[in-house]
Design a protein around this ligand. Structure first.
Ligand SMILES: [Zn+2]
Length: 273
């Protein structure tokens, strides 16, 4: 309930500050009706300001209320972490793994617990290939304004499924829709988990998300050493993303980039610091 508490406290505090300033500037109101009007206006303004702030913060790629957040890594080495959200999905998983192997690339798969439980074979294929698994919650739930117990269940159940499939590597966290406010970051921090967002998201940008050529150009033009790229190649409807993937691998490999897991990218930062 930390998200509701944070939002309520912010609204009340901002309302009180506005009323105090108003009184200082214009003096006490002359009637009960005017006082009620002031309060109503202050509450309305607070709802608008706090609502906008909470919305912006909850989906921020680079800010989080607490805990460790990584959007990209500062490194001089030409390393990139490709990250694939959702899945695993039969057929798509094998196709993506095969493409990665062609270019001797590694990647991180942010899978949901539910689909991992449904398709354990594909989870084992990812493990066998030596790629990394990350948590994308159990039910792909947006991780804000939900009970603390639900936060723990979404994350804990997913970990349990990945571990029972034989995965022993690190599990970082990727919030669905990038949504979280205070309760989820508090839990992640308390349990020593890192939130991983991204600095490039070619198939989330309207206008280029359905165009493989445009996505390849976008990534090639904007990638930097230490970039974390989000794609949805495991989702059936994302044919353009799957078409773009081998070309991104080809062009950036030719440019000297190496594709590593998120954990390897994080380790490269520690070594370079
Ligand atoms: Zn997702």
């Amino acid at each position: 309930m930390a998200d509701y508490a944070l939002t309520s406290i912010a609204i009340v505090a901002l309302t009180l500050v506005m009323l105090v300033i108003w009184r200082r500037v214009t003096g006490p109101s002359s009637s009960v009706v005017r006082t009620a009007g002031r309060i109503a206006l202050a509450v309305s303004l607070s709802l608008l300001v706090v609502g906008t702030g909470v919305y912006t913060l909850s989906k921020s790629r680079s800010l989080q209320t607490t805990g460790r957040l990584v959007r990209r890594v500062d490194t001089d080495r030409k390393l990139i972490a490709l990250t694939f959200d959702d899945g695993p999905t039969p057929g798509r998983t094998e196709e993506v793994l095969s493409t990665l192997r062609t270019y001797e690339a590694s990647a991180t798969f942010y899978v949901t617990g539910q689909q991992s439980a449904q398709y354990p074979r594909q989870v084992r294929e990812i493990i066998r290939a030596g790629d990394e698994l990350g948590s994308h919650t159990y039910t792909h739930r947006k991780m804000y304004f939900i009970p603390d117990a639900t936060v723990a269940e979404e994350i804990g159940r997913t970990d349990a499924v990945l571990r029972s499939a034989g995965y022993t590597g690190p599990i970082t966290f990727r919030p669905p829709g990038c949504k979280r406010l205070l309760a989820a970051p508090l839990y992640l921090d308390r349990t020593g988990r890192t939130t991983v967002t991204w600095d490039l998201e070619p198939d989330s940008i309207p206008g280029i998300a359905d165009d493989a050529d445009a996505m390849v150009d976008y990534v090639v033009d904007n990638v930097r050493p230490g970039s974390i790229v989000l794609m949805h190649v495991m989702v059936d409807s994302r044919a353009a993303s799957r078409e773009a993937l081998p070309r991104i691998l080809q062009e950036l490999s030719a440019d000297g980039y190496t594709f590593v897991t998120v954990s390897d990218l994080l380790r490269s930062r520690r070594q370079s610091e």
